[in-house]
Write a protein that binds this ligand. Structure first.
Ligand code: FES
Length: 750
């Protein structure tokens, strides 16, 4: 407990709430409940630890936040003096120019510049990148089964996002973390008594990080990019003068480093704790992802990441009958306002279905409303969505210790150990459609009518791993929207910096490939799915590859792999003419293992001759137009059943006897049973019923909609599964396949 003997003996001592101790575990465990215990008796009370008033009632708090002429923010940072020995690096008076410590008119100028970087539309546009980043972080930890989720996911995600938003590469990661930590200590030094050696240490660290950031800002001013630091650095007023000095921009970045990372990370860990008590909400939000926004809002209502905000009284005044003197510091309890029963029904209940989920003061109110709130909302909701979609069984570890940086009133959680079932990894692959924005960094002709697209990550980050045979979904802009098309990865899987796709212009196609050729330009940002692989390449001592036209694309990485593994291999590559056959230069290095068959010179490949004799241990991988694959199936009829592996450009023609029938499907996980009428796919019914099912091609060629069969026999109509996979009946493509049998019924794992 606070040593109350140090409490002032003037009138303030009469209003001390002895049960309130913001350095106690009870406070750290649940700030709102700790304040509520004294709220009725002491709506406004003196807290000797900080020499400040604490205000607990929502009505009073709104008065404080709403009137900057009575309650100024200048007391927050104006008292922070830069020690003389650091004033060459951190100009004296700079701390008073932190947005959190300014009043109008300066506040208006500085806030308006900072606000440009955090508008709702701009933050919304970051959502896909945040989602992709979240997936990448989980890729690294999913096999662990446990983690300190605060450090390994929440802080990692928010730090990477703010780095990217500020246009700072990963090489600044360490600097960003130092700024976050040391800025917090500098700010708390304004409110707390610290021993001199600690003050020296704080300033030593902070000034060196600040100096580095100032250099970055100066460099951006001299040579601006499109990033947000450059935007702030080059703003000029009507007289052509820079609006902000280099140091003023640098101090803003320090504020963003702290506020833009830690508070959202705190909120995500708090959400994990609340959700662990109501796991039904996890299932609900996985089913309806729009609910993640409510999870986030309800979390910060019940436990704001910053549970207090501070102001300085500018006049003698009264709050709830308590006299406050000019110059007194006033701390308002946002956690208390958000659980004030006079305003919130069932205030202690964590309820994600509240009518107005944004009705809270977690982002404060008035002139100092959190300017990063839209980033927090997008990032918090997206981070939670991806986390639980990928690891739905994630829960806090039992009996985890309470670990906080104990700053009075503003606790910073440093640790939340969690565990999850590693079986989640397989389950989530089935349910989560993963996408990212890549930049088109190259577009070159690879043959007549064929372009090679080079894609790279905009942050320069590594691209996801993939294996030969993989393809990606590409969102191609067309009139009135986008169409999704699948293209094989044709580069080397070892190259994690770039992906290459080969795209043939199909003049009689559905418009996707023409849009790739005619509309996509170098520098464009393109939405690309995570690699999927239905054309899996398995180890073998001998391969025969057969490619027709653009079907060479998935074969190229297979050849590279076969060559590297020392396997025996040969390629038979047919096309209309040499000029229409792509990637010929690349193939030239393999010499006579490559058999080119330009149709105008040599006709069709002699498949009967190539496969006349069965060679044990051979696998045949083929991709090309339907007539080529049909001829190949015929040529391999006398070979072992699983020799041939194909990838088709278009759905295979399925010959069926009899008419389709209506049938029943039970979705076991969601506990729903539905009828699938004639002419309607299982996928369409699932989507209508709100059952999680992802899809892409919707014609049985991409494998996205694959679902595990728990009972029943499928009538397989896809172009992906081999005949033995279809016979095994373990999974099915629900966009085309149906139930088989005279009394058809299927039970699926969804
Ligand atoms: Fe492509 Fe079903 S959505 S196979």
């Amino acid at each position: 407990m606070t040593d109350l003997l140090t409490a002032p003996t003037d009138y303030r001592g009469l209003h001390t709430a002895h049960a309130f101790d913001a350095m106690s575990d009870d406070y750290y465990r649940d700030p709102a409940r700790h304040v509520a215990a004294v709220r009725d008796e002491h709506p406004v009370f003196w807290y000797p630890w900080l020499n400040a008033w604490i205000v607990t009632k929502r009505e009073d708090i709104l008065k404080v936040l709403g009137d900057w002429t009575e309650f100024s923010s200048s007391g927050n940072t104006a008292t922070i003096e830069v020690p003389e020995s650091y004033q060459k690096i951190v100009p004296p008076g700079l701390m008073a120019q932190l947005i959190v410590g300014m009043d109008p008119e300066d506040h208006t100028v500085h806030r308006n510049i900072a606000l440009r970087g955090f508008t709702k539309a701009r933050m919304e546009s970051l959502r896909p990148q945040i989602e992709e980043r979240a997936h990448r972080i989980i890729d690294k930890i999913e096999h662990q089964g446990s983690a300190n989720i605060m450090a390994e996911y929440c802080i990692e995600l928010t730090t990477q996002t703010i780095l990217a938003h500020l246009g700072l590469g990963y090489e600044y990661d360490e600097l960003m973390r130092r700024l976050r930590r040391d800025m917090g200590r500098v700010l708390s030094s304004a409110q707390e008594e610290m021993p001199q050696e600690m003050v020296d240490e704080v300033w030593d660290r902070f000034s060196s990080a600040f100096a580095e950031m100032s250099q970055v800002v100066a460099a951006r001013r001299a040579n601006p990019g499109t990033d947000f630091i450059s935007e702030m650095a080059v703003q000029r007023d009507a007289d052509g003068q820079y609006v902000l000095s280099v140091a003023q921009v640098a101090i803003k970045v320090c504020e963003f480093a702290m506020a833009g990372t830690d508070s959202t990370a705190q909120a995500m860990t708090n959400a994990i704790l609340f959700l662990s008590a109501k796991p039904q909400y996890i299932d609900e939000a996985i089913e309806d992802p729009t609910l993640w926004a409510n999870v986030f809002e309800e979390t910060i209502r019940r436990r704001p990441s910053s549970p207090f905000a501070s102001r300085k009284a500018m006049h003698d005044l009264e709050l709830s009958g308590v006299q406050i003197k000019k110059g007194d510091m006033v701390w308002v309890s946002l956690a208390s306002a958000n659980t004030d029963p006079a305003h919130h029904a069932d205030a202690w209940d964590f309820d994600i279905h509240r009518e107005n989920p944004r009705d809270h003061l977690a982002f404060t109110q008035g002139r100092h409303t959190c300017l990063g709130q839209e980033l927090a909302r997008v990032q918090g909701a997206t981070g939670l969505k991806v986390l639980f979609e990928r690891l739905p069984s994630l829960r806090p570890a039992p009996d985890f210790p309470l670990e906080f940086i104990k700053m009075a009133l503003l606790p910073v959680r440093t640790n939340l150990p969690v565990t999850w079932d590693v079986d989640d990894i397989e389950k989530s692959k089935k349910n989560v459609k993963r996408e990212m924005n890549l930049t088109l960094v190259g577009k070159d002709a690879a043959a007549d009518g064929v372009v090679a697209l080079q894609l790279a990550h905009p942050d320069g980050d590594s691209l996801p791993e993939w294996q030969p045979g993989a393809h990606v979904d590409l969102a191609v802009p067309v009139d009135g929207g986008v169409v999704i098309r699948q293209y094989s990865l044709s580069s080397s899987p070892a190259d994690r910096g770039r992906w290459r796709l080969g795209v043939l212009r199909e003049t009689n196609g559905r418009g996707g490939s023409e849009a790739v050729h005619d509309r996509l330009q170098e520098g464009d940002s393109v939405r690309v799915g995570w690699p999927r692989n239905n054309f899996r390449f398995t180890p073998s001592p001998r391969y025969v590859f057969v490619a027709g036209g653009i079907g060479i694309t998935p074969i190229l990485p297979m050849i590279e792999h076969a060559e590297a593994s020392g396997a025996e291999w040969e390629l038979h590559y047919g096309g209309r003419s040499r000029s229409s056959m792509a990637f010929m230069e690349e193939l030239a290095r393999y010499g006579d293992r490559v058999h080119l068959v330009p149709g105008d010179e040599m006709g069709h490949p002699d498949l009967e001759g190539i496969f006349s004799e069965v060679v044990a241990g051979t696998l045949v991988y083929a991709c090309g137009p339907e007539p080529l694959l049909k001829a190949l199936e015929a040529a391999l009829e006398h070979w072992p059943e699983d020799t041939l592996h194909t990838e088709r450009f278009a759905p295979k023609k399925i010959e069926r006897s009899g008419d389709d029938e209506e049938f029943e499907v039970e979705f076991a996980t969601s506990g729903r049973t539905v009828r699938v009428p004639v002419g309607v796919s299982i996928l369409e019914v699932a989507e209508k019923e709100g059952i999680t099912a992802i899809s892409s091609c919707r014609e049985g060629t991409c494998g996205t909609c694959e679902m595990r069969i728990l009972a029943g026999q499928a009538d397989h109509r896809d172009s992906i599964l081999t005949s033995s996979e279809q016979q095994a009946n373990e999974s099915m493509m629900i966009c085309v396949s149906r139930a088989a049998g005279s009394c058809p019924r299927l039970v699926l794992d969804a």
